[in-house]
Design a protein around this ligand. Structure first.
Ligand SMILES: Cc1cc2nc3c(=O)[nH]c(=O)nc-3n(C[C@H](O)[C@H](O)[C@H](O)COP(=O)(O)OP(=O)(O)OC[C@H]3O[C@@H](n4cnc5c(N)ncnc54)[C@H](O)[C@@H]3O)c2cc1C
Length: 386
């Protein structure tokens, strides 16, 4: 039933189509059924399974990955496909990539050797720790600090909303090191989960359960060999990493929306009322038409942004457009699907009910929709004013 016509679009190469079709078949068999109630255990199992299947090699770059340079289109196809089958599988894949992305992009050879093979095999779980209680959208204002003592950085402060918090084996942590005010005074460090002075301050439960935590650092000593990039370059490292993965959030939203569309089509064509099916009503047909068009618009923006990035172009505006359109559009598509299911649509365990919970945070993390709007407008005005 799954719509795969977009694999023939000119943004994608033949290998991408094969990759997506193979992952689709694999995901149906291996991960579609892995869910809670123990979300930590489910996530660990998913990471292991994705590693065993060889799929996580696409989430890391360099000699340890499937490609020397991270293939944005492959990451998008992977997330779209996994999200279609299981939101937690998408999460597990995405976080291995986001959590190790800074190392793939700017790590030293020793850091790459130490972390990336284990990430790619699903033997080490990664996390990306940027947000803080008072620095989410305004992340350049983060306060978690690190001062240098000899050949160590000493970290003190908090991070929150950290995905994989509590189960990760290592965290890429962005700290204020003070080389300059604002974003130019931040450095990135890899912190192993068993480092003294690091603790999980609180586990956070959200509407679509996945491992999430607030982290605390207290005199947490990290060898300077664990710093990623130059001192004061941490914000750039974070933005470069997000640049790769922002488009993939849009791809995940696309996967959720496609699943909702398929569920809605099945329901509308089989549910009988007033001596016909739900799909026979023009009001339903208008909804289906809108949903399909929203999905295709999002898909075009997602694969345009991914293709441009793989051509080595700057995609700040295009990635923001893709993320905004795909996440907001998916929310509407899923809501329409829930409506078509009637009472069943809000019943725990129904696919559309799960999708309704899954999609919500994608409009908030990795830059809320309002932040994407500002990015798009800023780029447009830059082009206009020159
Ligand atoms: C499920 C989940 C997983 C996450 N995982 C991670 C992770 O792994 N690592 C990590 O570092 N962070 C993570 N985050 C944090 C996420 O990136 C932040 O929640 C996000 O950046 C928003 O920050 P905030 O929650 O502090 O909201 P705030 O910054 O307080 O923003 C609140 C709202 O204000 C609005 N807004 C923001 N800016 C503007 C503006 N300029 N104009 C008008 N309105 C505006 C938006 O609607 C926004 O949602 C995660 C969050 C969630 C919900």
């Amino acid at each position: 039933m799954r719509e795969l016509a977009h694999l023939d679009w000119p943004f994608l190469e033949e290998g991408h189509g094969v990759f997506a079709a193979e992952l689709d078949a694999w995901a149906r068999e291996h991960v579609a059924h892995i869910h809670g109630p123990d979300v930590d255990a489910a996530c660990r199992a998913l990471v292991r399974s994705l590693g065993d299947g060889g799929w996580l090699r696409h989430a890391v770059g360099g000699a340890h990955g499937a490609q020397e340079v991270i293939d944005t289109r492959a990451i998008c196809l992977a997330r779209e496909t996994l999200a279609y089958h299981n939101g937690l599988a998408d999460f597990a894949f995405a976080m291995q990539g986001l959590g190790s992305g800074a190392i793939s992009l700017q790590g030293t050879p020793a850091q790459k050797e130490r972390y990336l093979p284990r990430v790619a095999r699903g033997e080490a779980i990664a996390a990306f720790a940027l947000s803080e209680p008072d620095a989410g959208s305004d992340v350049g204002n983060l306060q978690c600090g690190a001062h240098i003592e000899g050949d160590h950085a000493v970290l003190t402060g908090e991070k929150t909303w950290i995905s994989n918090g509590g189960i990760a084996d290592f965290y890429v942590v962005f700290c204020r090191t003070g080389e300059a005010p604002g974003p130019r005074g931040i450095s990135a460090f890899v912190v192993d989960a068993d480092t003294p002075g690091f603790e999980i301050a609180e586990r956070i439960e959200v509407i679509a359960p996945h491992p999430l935590a607030r982290l605390r650092f207290h005199d947490c000593r990290i060898p300077l060999s664990q710093r990623i990039g130059a001192p004061g370059e941490g914000f750039k490292v974070a933005m470069r990493t997000l640049d790769v993965f922002r488009t993939s959030v849009a791809a995940a939203a696309l996967g959720f929306a496609r699943r909702a569309m398929d569920e809605a089509l099945k329901r509308a064509t089989t549910r009988r009322m007033f001596n016909q099916t739900l799909a026979d009503f023009q009001l339903t047909q208008a909804k289906l038409a809108q949903m399909a068009t929203t999905i295709d618009s999002a898909a075009l923006l997602v694969y345009r942004a991914a293709w441009l990035r793989d051509q080595g172009q700057n995609v700040t505006k295009e990635a923001a457009m893709a993320k905004m359109t795909a996440t907001e559009g998916a929310q509407q598509v899923i809501d329409a699907a829930v409506q078509m299911f009637g009472g069943l649509g809000v019943m725990h365990g129904q696919v559309v009910e799960q999708l309704y919970r899954e999609i919500r945070s994608l409009r908030i993390y990795e830059g809320a929709t309002e932040v994407q709007q500002l990015i798009i407008a800023r780029e447009l005005l830059k082009e206009t004013r020159g």
